[in-house]
Design a protein around this ligand. Structure first.
Ligand code: SF4
Length: 328
């Protein structure tokens, strides 16, 4: 099973979150900390539909995080359309970045795991990169790059080159050596040549992703890219998407197979598709299936991984005692 966590899924999630009562007992909860975006990527509607970046105050976020933990959350995912552009007012009256905010949230007793999504490579500042060494910040980061070609990145108005992305990845891996990455890719953006596409393939080879999402470009009405003329022929777009997805699938499978033999804490969130099966998430955001008693639901258990597939892993519970009991 694959749960979408792309840049655009996050945008959709904002609408869904409006409908969720705040008292809901959810073991893994989302907490909106930032909305809107000032980046104006040429393919994206967010800056027009959601307006400019707005960050909540640190105190408001920490108070809500405490409420979520009191309601049973073991994991909180900080959510924003451009979440690492967060610049909220701190209790000291100064502007805090996302790294400092995460450190404050990590001090909450009972909270085991923190994630954040979705990020822009340009907003990965040193404090945030260093915060990735914190044991409560999970070693998985969705960091969309969209293309590996400097020419296409410019046409997309992503405001950085492919090498900046490589440098950010390298710094993050220094801070947290086991950090696993995912990304979004848009294939066949207007004007993309075979050479541009090969640059994307090379970036994927260089980074070596744990998972990634790739899409054929499709114009969004009202965006600058929708007026671009040099569209890519559909058969070429299909062929490039298939090649990219082939490479990504190889990397996902390799990542999941490398987990075999490792024991890792898994947050058990739901029943699996098969009888007696439960499903959860590893620290690396892998979907983990186990056979186990339903009383393991909403807890974190140690699981020894026994098999790795393209989109999930399976494993055996090592200890019946849970590492963390969900609060009643
Ligand atoms: S960074 Fe770009 S793709 Fe992401 S929300 Fe902002 S404009 Fe859209």
């Amino acid at each position: 099973e694959k749960i979408n966590e792309t840049e655009f899924d996050v945008i959709a999630k904002f609408d869904n979150l409006q409908k969720i009562p705040t008292t809901e007992n959810k073991i893994s909860s989302y907490l909106t900390i930032q909305e809107g975006c000032d980046k104006f990527c040429t393919f994206c509607v967010v800056p027009y539909t959601r307006g400019s970046e707005y960050s909540r105050t640190v105190q408001g976020i920490v108070d809500e995080a405490k409420r979520l933990v009191d309601n049973g959350a073991l994991e909180i995912c900080l959510l924003g359309q451009n979440v690492n552009a967060f610049h909220g007012e701190g209790p000291d009256g100064k502007i805090w970045g996302l790294g400092r905010l995460i450190q404050a949230i990590a001090d909450i007793d009972g909270l085991e795991r923190i994630r954040y999504t979705t990020s822009h490579p340009r907003d990965m500042d040193d404090e945030l990169i260093e915060t990735h060494a914190h044991p409560k910040l999970m070693p998985f980061l969705h960091l969309p790059v969209q293309s590996g070609s400097d020419r296409i990145l410019k046409a997309m108005n992503r405001k950085h080159k492919a090498d900046l992305y490589r440098e950010v990845i390298e710094k993050l891996r220094k801070s947290r050596p086991d950090l696993a990455f995912s990304s979004d890719f848009i294939v066949a953006f207007p004007g993309e040549t075979e050479e541009d596409f090969e640059d994307t393939m090379q970036l994927v080879r260089d980074v070596n992703y744990a998972s990634a999402y790739s899409f054929k470009y499709s114009p969004r009405p009202g965006t600058p890219a929708a007026n671009m003329q040099n569209l890519i022929r559909p058969d070429i777009a299909d062929e490039r998407l298939a090649r990219l997805q082939g490479l990504i699938n190889e990397q996902q499978l390799a990542f999941n197979q490398q987990s075999v033999g490792l024991t890792m804490p898994v947050l058990i969130e739901r029943k699996g598709k098969r009888e007696g099966q439960l499903s959860g998430r590893s620290p690396y955001f892998q979907s983990v299936n186990i056979q186990g008693n339903e009383r393991l639901m909403d807890t974190i258990v140690n699981v020894k991984i026994t098999e790795g597939f393209a989109n999930s892993v399976t494993g055996d519970v090592v200890l019946q005692e849970t590492i963390s009991e969900a609060k009643a």
